[in-house]
Design a binder for this molecule. Structure first.
Ligand code: GLU
Length: 511
């Protein structure tokens, strides 16, 4: 039997990082086993529908490269893949369960349900529920006569269909990740399967669709584990073979203290969504990894390792490699702590792997937006130097001094501060001698410059630490950045000479 898995989001808002990870593990599992990865939109709850959420889900999965084989957008043999478009098919399944005495009609009004809860609370029941005991005192097709039930239905009285949970039984199933799960039916209430508005509830639609779509493995978040025993009972009630279950661990806050939420992201300054999102009702904006400048490869790589151990020390892995290694047996039971620093680290690694020409073109575009024109060749050469210290393409703008002319000390109070701390009059003759040597450095490249600089240090009896910081501040205007010989080679003889001279004059003026 070929593996068929599905990602089944409800379009109630933007996809959270946890949702993307669920999609990713489904995708990897399907690829690994040569099966299919389906996407089904679970939109039976009209009250929770949020416009734009489905488009967001699609765009987010596209960005991550997790394109489903079957979906509402490309179709497939078991469509439609939007539950709202499958509406007409659920009722017959509710009817089937009623006919086989596995489910029943319930006519209780909201007031009657409330009265039942009050009564039970007063009697000391902590969590009152509509279940095997209480249903005997309620208005349903088990307590009413067949005639009255028929009459009520014919009259169109409001009613729901409830699953008749067996009394005093144990539900057991083996979850691929969590092992054996055993729940007593006393802890499961007679869940509503079909609502008075003619729509199925999540539980019924989910099971019917998984069955009709021939799903072999249900891989989903841990928050669905409490529903799984009910789902097992539903499969039994239908007499259908059920898929295997794998419930993925929660994604935890960086300190491990509870489930990661959007609020943690806002507080600590990292996104919890793949893409930017604006809430259509409140206008509130949430930021996404894409817009922050993350590469999808970095985001996906980080997510893959959030709860799964590949069994190797290798950390950088693309979808191909992840697919080769993926195995549900290596998914952890316990929650996975999200690490924003590690996420940045992944991006840095992927940025370093980008071709210089690509980074150069992006850097050039960003410089142009700041009114600085430069050639692609020069931007590419600069990117080659700057990428080692960058996490995002934007970080390379720290190297703007590579594209301007004139002393980077002008109007640069921070550099002046630094310079005052580091200035040593005895370095002046060495810098002058270096300036004099520049004329003869040919070709004007990093090894030639380094040799000239070392000669000057030796001749003046100085150490590199006594002169290099001044060189750096004069030419780059900042203490961090790529090596000064590379920087100087890129800037060219005239520019470097002018900047060194301007720096010396400045220091002499206040020395
Ligand atoms: N619609 C559910 C959700 O939003 C699907 C849960 C499941 O995968 O069964 O997560």
């Amino acid at each position: 039997m070929s593996v068929r898995v599905r990602f089944a989001p409800s379009p109630t808002g933007p996809l959270h990082m946890g949702g993307v990870r669920t999609a990713l593990y489904n995708y990897l599992f399907a690829r690994k086993h040569g099966g299919q990865f389906l996407l089904r939109i679970e939109d039976t709850d009209q009250a929770r529908f949020v416009p734009g959420a489905e488009d967001y889900i699609r765009a987010a999965l596209d960005w991550c490269g997790l394109t489903p084989d079957e979906s509402p957008w490309v179709g497939g043999p078991d469509g439609p893949y939007r539950q709202s478009e499958r509406k007409a098919m659920y009722k017959q399944y509710a009817d089937q369960l009623i006919a086989s005495d596995k489910a029943y009609y319930a006519f209780d009004t909201p007031e009657e349900l409330e009265a039942m809860r009050e009564r039970l609370k007063a009697a000391g029941v902590a969590a009152p529920a509509y279940n095997a005991v209480t249903r005997e005192h309620m208005k349903n097709s088990l307590t009413l006569s067949a005639d009255e039930t028929r009459e009520r239905l014919a009259r169109g009285d409001d009613h729901v269909v409830r699953l008749k949970i067996p009394r005093n039984a144990e539900v057991r199933f083996e979850d691929i990740i969590r092992g054996w799960v055993v729940v007593h039916t006393a802890n499961i209430d007679d869940k509503v399967l079909f609502k008075s508005d003619g729509m199925p509830t999540y539980h019924l639609a989910n099971i019917v669709d998984d069955h009709l779509m021939r799903i072999t493995h249900v891989i989903r978040g841990e928050e669905w584990l409490p529903s799984a025993p009910l789902h097992v009972l539903l499969y039994e009630a239908f007499g259908w073979e059920r898929p295997a279950f794998a419930h993925l661990p929660l994604i935890l806050k960086p300190d491990g203290n509870g489930k990661l939420s959007k609020r943690d992201g806002d507080r600590l300054g990292f996104p919890v969504f793949p893409l930017d999102w604006q809430d259509p009702a409140t206008g509130e904006r949430s930021s996404g990894y894409r817009e922050r400048g993350y590469y999808p490869e970095a985001f996906v790589n980080m997510l893959a390792l959030l709860g799964w151990n590949p069994g190797t020390d290798q950390e950088l892995m693309g979808l191909e490699e992840l697919t080769q290694l993926f195995d549900l047996d290596r998914v952890h039971k316990g929650g996975a702590k999200f690490d924003p620093e590690k996420t940045r680290w992944f991006n840095q690694q992927y940025l370093r792997l980008r071709p210089d020409a690509e980074l150069g073109a992006q850097l050039r575009g960003k410089l142009a937006a700041k009114g600085i024109d430069t050639s692609l060749e020069r931007a590419t050469a600069a990117a080659a130097l700057l990428k080692e210290r960058a996490t995002f393409v934007d970080d390379m703008l720290e190297g703007t001094y590579l594209f301007t002319s004139g002393s980077p000390l002008d109007g640069n109070a921070a550099a002046d501060e630094e310079l005052k701390k580091r200035w040593k009059p005895e370095a002046a003759p060495a810098l002058e001698a270096y300036i004099a040597k520049l004329a003869a450095v040919a070709p004007f490249d990093a090894p030639g410059l380094e040799a000239a600089f070392n000669e000057v240090l030796q001749a003046n009896g100085l150490k590199i630490g006594q002169v290099m910081p001044l060189y750096r501040l004069f030419v780059a205007g900042r203490m961090q950045g790529p090596g000064m010989f590379d920087v100087s080679a890129l800037l060219g003889k005239d520019e470097v000479t002018a900047r060194l001279q301007a720096g010396l004059e400045r220091c002499r003026a206040w020395a």
